[in-house]
Design a binder for this molecule. Sequence first.
Ligand code: SF4
Length: 504
Amino acid sequence: MLPQFFDSMLSLVVKTSTDLPPDVRSAMKVAMGQEPASTQSAQALAIIAENIDLASDCEGAICQDTGMPTFEVKTPVGANQIEMRKQIRDAVAEATKRGKLRPNSVDSITGENSGTNLGPGTPIIHFEQWERDEIEVKLILKGGGCENMNAQYSVPVELPNLGRADRNLEGVRKCILHAIWNAQGKGCAPGAIGVCIGGDRTSGYVHAKEQLFRTLDDVNPDPRLAELEASIMGEVNKLGIGTMGFGGRVSLIGCKIGMQNRLPASFFVSVAYDCWAFRRLGVALDAKTGAIAHWLYRDDANPLIAMADQAGFQRSGREVALQAPLTEEQVRSLKVGDVVLVSGRVFTGRDQVHHHLMKHEPPVDMRGSVLYHCGPVVVKEAGGWKVTAAGPTTSIREEPYQADVIKRYGVRAVIGKGGMGAKTLAALKEAGAVYLNGIGGAAQFYARTIKSVDGVSLTEFGTPEAMWHLTVKDFPAIVTMDSHGNSLHKDVEQESAKELAALV
Ligand code: SF4
């Protein structure tokens, strides 16, 4: 049955992971036009644009976090959903084997990675029957950094800087504004949000995520919700969060709001935050063969235009070259706002590595080192390893460990995204270290700065969580937390809180 269904699903997964849809490209183009040249947001957007182009040109993952694959499938009455589920799972495993998806499915207690993106609850596949003859499959790949920025409010609720949110549309508006402000740059802003008013705790989140299947430029058929969407889009960019939370004019590229009936006693507002790497596509299939009849969200008659205006990231000449290993003197000379180009040895380390280092000595000498919060996509090649996608992951998860790791082992620079908290800031000052913010999601761009994979430790944690020993050349990042107690993240959060308060 459906001899071409597997191939169609494989194409859908690969295309979704590697080729951003036209409506998201257009919204990002608009964002690029709004940030003044040479600002940090403009530089970040230039890297993002180059990354989007590189990903589609080489069919590489746009972001190394290829997220939780979530399929929405509509089938004619009588279609064999059991067989379709099996073939979708096979296609996900094959795309993982080919390095188009990162192995992202881990045992919730042990953290053991299945290596295939298959496991209990992974991937997510929802089926629905409809009266039409064709099969429709939509897919969204939403990564952990933005997923962690989802929020659910049970109103009435008292919100910082906004006051009480009541059970009405004004209360919903406050919840949405709070969720966007709270995300800052941690979900790789500028993002897009799906919102559900009502439902229960479970259906609210599901419906909020479903809103992300709408195109960014559509108009809500419910005039009340259309007005609310327009009002959020009209005011949210006044917050000044900007790309990656660097400060800037564009913090959000889309707001899509749906509604579900609720119990009289409950009133939930659920917000699904997606990042700029908003990977969502779909296909309509011939119900007899499973072949792709046409793509959704894209029009093959209109080829996609390149995103990068010039050569992508433009150097200003003011960048600071950093050659690892670093000295305390080098690090103390850096200030918030400096753009650096890192070269030399970099070690990756994220959740499992940090946890491990609390109780064990590091497997390498980390004195003067650059520690990169990154879970790369790595494939075996000619007896060695090749990194095919390697952007920064959300750093705040390492906040409970980072200060100890810096002080105990002599780390001089941490590269990540979204910034870190007060404990890490104090450790940077005490020990003489800096936090460098990379551009979240720019996995193809950063993979090209990696000149060699020189080794790997702690492979028992799985590919993304292992400690990779990389040699990089001219890896650009921005100093957002320095060794003098300054934090751009703290500043932007405080300034945007004032703007938030001014919106009520
Ligand atoms: S762009 Fe950022 S938030 Fe989005 S999946 Fe990649 S790392 Fe996560």
